[in-house]
Design a protein around this ligand. Structure first.
Ligand code: PRP
Length: 204
């Protein structure tokens, strides 16, 4: 049995679709169930920020997680494969009418990714104050809570519809397959076989 942690939402759906296509049968969670056992796999649905924790503690052998999430909360897990799904970018954004004034002694950046944000601006020697938010980041510069944002962009619709523009891209992200180090060695042939099947399918 291989235990697999999936992040609730689109990435879980897309990953299960890949499994359905690879194994020729449907992988689908029942209603509000958080565990699905099928074909020698135990899938579990968790918050995306928790995937690496489940894998690190070996509650899951492998997991699917965005590079952005891994970068924000570095965790000692093995990176196996880029699944090429859940593609997005982490960007710096500002309001079209009130661009970030870099001459200010300290600019305020709203984000749900404080670690990526701090690292990015400290590498540029730009002093910032983090305004930690949990969602609707784009609202912050509109109402004067922050001078700019660091956030995820997928289609760009949220930024466009709220009159925000991208200043720069910090990171290109996509969902990766990760593994617990012990699990990898204990179940090496099964995990590598699974990776090979998925990789072959992704290249088709
Ligand atoms: C994410 C992100 C942006 C939006 C980008 O938010 O923080 O707000 O998606 O997507 P787009 O470029 O396709 O418009 P999410 O949907 O996770 O909601 P949140 O506001 O709760 O963070």
């Amino acid at each position: 049995m291989i235990a697999i942690a999936l992040p609730k939402g689109r990435i879980a759906k897309d990953t299960l679709q890949v499994f359905s296509q690879v194994f020729g049968e449907e992988f689908c969670f029942d209603d509000r169930k958080l565990v699905l056992e099928k074909h020698g796999f135990r899938f579990m649905l968790v918050r995306s920020q928790d995937v690496a924790t489940y894998v690190y503690h070996q509650a899951a052998d492998i997991g699917v997680v965005g590079l952005d999430v891994l970068q924000e909360q570095p965790c000692s897990v093995m990176r196996l494969l880029d699944l090429g799904i859940g593609k997005c970018r982490v960007i710096v954004g500002e309001h079209r009418d009130t661009p970030i004034d870099y001459l200010k002694p300290k600019i305020k950046i709203a984000t749900k990714m404080p670690n990526i944000t701090l690292k990015h601006f400290s590498q540029k020697a730009i002093p910032i104050e983090i305004i930690k938010l949990y969602g609707s980041i784009e609202l912050a510069p509109i109402v004067g809570l922050a001078d700019g944002i660091v956030d995820i962009v997928e289609t760009g619709d949220t930024m466009r519809q709220n009159n925000l523009i991208e200043v720069e891209t910090i990171l290109h992200s996509s969902a990766h397959l990760i593994a617990n180090t012990n699990s990898f060695y204990e179940k090496k042939s099964q995990i590598l076989h699974l990776c090979a099947l998925i990789e072959k399918h992704l290249k088709l």
